[in-house]
Design a protein around this ligand. Structure first.
Ligand code: MV4
Length: 498
């Protein structure tokens, strides 16, 4: 199997394949020569320069390596080519198995208005709004008034928050529509825009689903992903701390209906906004997600193993009523960013890597000592996951694990995450997508870890200099009588030994 990815997810997929006795083929760019995923695989092939467009996104190079190495399957990981219908199709056309959903399901969910139409038809609740692209700013204004203000304009080809525009009054719709369409054209090559009512401070709850090729679909409960910054998740947990058993069942069933509506196969995630006791379909991610380990920790399932089984035509390992839910799991994304300097991307060489361990603690990483952290790829260094019998126990484990984790040579998100885990609203489960905006105090750089280290070093150097100067002064003072005595010998004056 060829792993068309890098970093921690490539390492994770290789581990899963190894357990099933599948031979793994890694690919790497010039920036990733010494990456762990290259070392873990049975074989590895160079595919080009560091920029992703010339390596991890180069479909022809990847398929060429797959053919030469004799691959029978391709796993796309997440990001890169994982949600491109054309790539899934090209892999299948080359006579190999794409370890992911059918191209048609990827495309149906990639077009956000088509997804809304399909969801509505399948009885999955969607946010009030339009189900087809808006033809003019006038149509946009009418649709906005019908959905009810505030509204949000979104790109049909978008997703993940790119190109979103919130509009609060009817007379702003025209300008916002024109600007959103321009942005969407530039970003996605498609100017189509649709409108939804904007829900204020919603919670982001997503449901893990799995489908086999025989029509079986199950969900593996939900993940709470409300703690985000500019649509980048910092921390995820499962199950959601504030969902009752009845709501859990309803949202799970809605997610299964969503998957069935597009004849889904494999691992997928259905995202919902939860607002005022109701949930609404947002979008579906047609891939294995970064945060899949929290689901693995509470269900005991190995989702990469499930992906391979389903891809080879086997049925799902469990029926819905057999999927267990044990305890609580939290994942912290450890990224190479400076959280106290506006999340500036951090670069450097990993000089120290001390990983936590113990019961209920898991590290899914893609770095090693000596790794050069550059700016070519996303900043995820690894994921720290903690499981406990309940949320409080998982939090305690995570606090301990974060304290044990030491990554030297590059700034990371870890110190900010440690603050979140100690913050009263987080501990009480008072979460929303505005959590970080509402807690500016977490970013106050009173004494960040790097600054504290710098101050300690500076203080030690000052103390060292002070002591040396004192020693020099003492020696000078003590030497003074000897100097007088030497002078007296030279010039023959009174020789009084000091
Ligand atoms: C919304 C919304 C409120 N109302 N849609 C952002 C990511 C993209 N998947 C959709 N997003 C949102 N869509 C309506 N109708 C608020 C967000 C949103 C958000 C959603 C999930 C997680 C974090 C978020 C942060 C800001 C806005």
């Amino acid at each position: 199997m060829l792993v068309a990815n890098r970093g921690e997810i490539a390492a994770r997929v290789i581990r899963g394949a190894r357990e099933l006795g599948i031979r793994t083929i890694a690919v790497f760019s010039e920036a990733d020569r010494t990456s762990p995923h290259v070392l873990h695989a049975d074989e590895a092939y160079a595919i080009g320069p560091a920029p992703a467009s010339e390596s991890y996104l180069a479909v022809d190079k990847l398929l060429d390596v797959a053919r030469r190495a004799g691959a029978v399957a391709v796993h796309p990981g997440y990001g890169f080519l994982s949600e491109r219908g054309d790539f899934a199709e090209a892999v299948e056309q080359a006579g190999m198995t794409f370890v992911g959903p059918p191209a048609a399901a990827i495309r149906a969910m990639g077009d956000k208005t088509e997804a809304r139409r399909r969801m509505r038809a399948a009885g999955v609740p969607v946010v009030p709004g339009t189900d087809s692209p808006l033809a003019s700013s006038q149509e946009a204004e009418e649709a906005a008034c019908e959905a009810g203000f505030p509204v949000v304009l979104k790109a049909s080809a978008g997703g993940g928050g790119k190109g979103m525009r919130v509009v609060r009054t009817a007379n702003e719709v025209g300008d916002a529509f024109a600007a959103a369409a321009r942005e969407a054209q530039a970003a996605f090559g498609d100017a189509s825009i649709y409108v939804e009512r904007f829900l204020e401070r919603p919670r982001h709850i997503e449901v893990q689903v799995f489908a086999d090729r025989r029509g079986n679909v199950v969900h593996l409960f939900e993940r709470e992903c409300s703690i985000q910054r500019r649509h980048q998740k910092l921390l995820e947990e499962a199950p959601s701390p504030l969902l009752g058993p009845g709501e859990r069942e309803r949202i799970g069933e809605a997610a299964v209906r969503a998957a069935r509506a597009v004849e889904y196969v494999g691992a997928g995630t259905v995202e919902f906004l939860y607002h005022g006791g109701e949930f609404f379909f947002l979008e579906m991610n047609t891939r294995l997600q970064v945060e899949h380990p929290v689901t693995e920790m509470i269900t005991g399932a190995d989702l990469v193993e499930w992906q391979f089984r389903v891809a080879s035509g086997e049925p799902l390992p469990l029926r819905q009523e057999e999927v267990p839910l044990h305890g609580h799991a939290i994942e912290c994304r450890i990224t190479s960013e400076s959280p106290f300097e506006g999340f500036l991307p951090a670069t450097g060489v990993v000089r120290e890597l001390t990983l936590p361990g113990g019961p209920g603690v898991r590290w899914d990483g893609g770095i090693a000592v000596g790794a050069e952290i550059g700016l070519h790829y996303d900043p995820l260094l690894g994921k720290l996951v903690a499981h406990g019998r309940d949320r409080a126990a998982a939090v305690r484990r995570m606090i301990g694990a974060l304290a044990e984790l030491r990554i030297g040579g590059v700034s990371t998100s870890a110190p900010l995450l440690a603050r979140v885990l100690d913050e009263p609203d987080f501990l009480a489960g008072r979460l929303s997508t505005s959590y970080l905006d509402d807690h500016a105090e977490l970013f106050e750089d009173d004494l960040s870890e790097s600054r504290r280290d710098a101050l300690l070093v500076a203080a030690a150097l000052l103390e060292h200099r002070r002591r040396r100067e004192r020693r020099v002064r003492r020696i000078t003072r003590e030497a003074r009588p000897f100097a007088a005595w030497r002078r007296s010998l030279l010039f023959g004056t009174a020789p009084a030994t000091p």
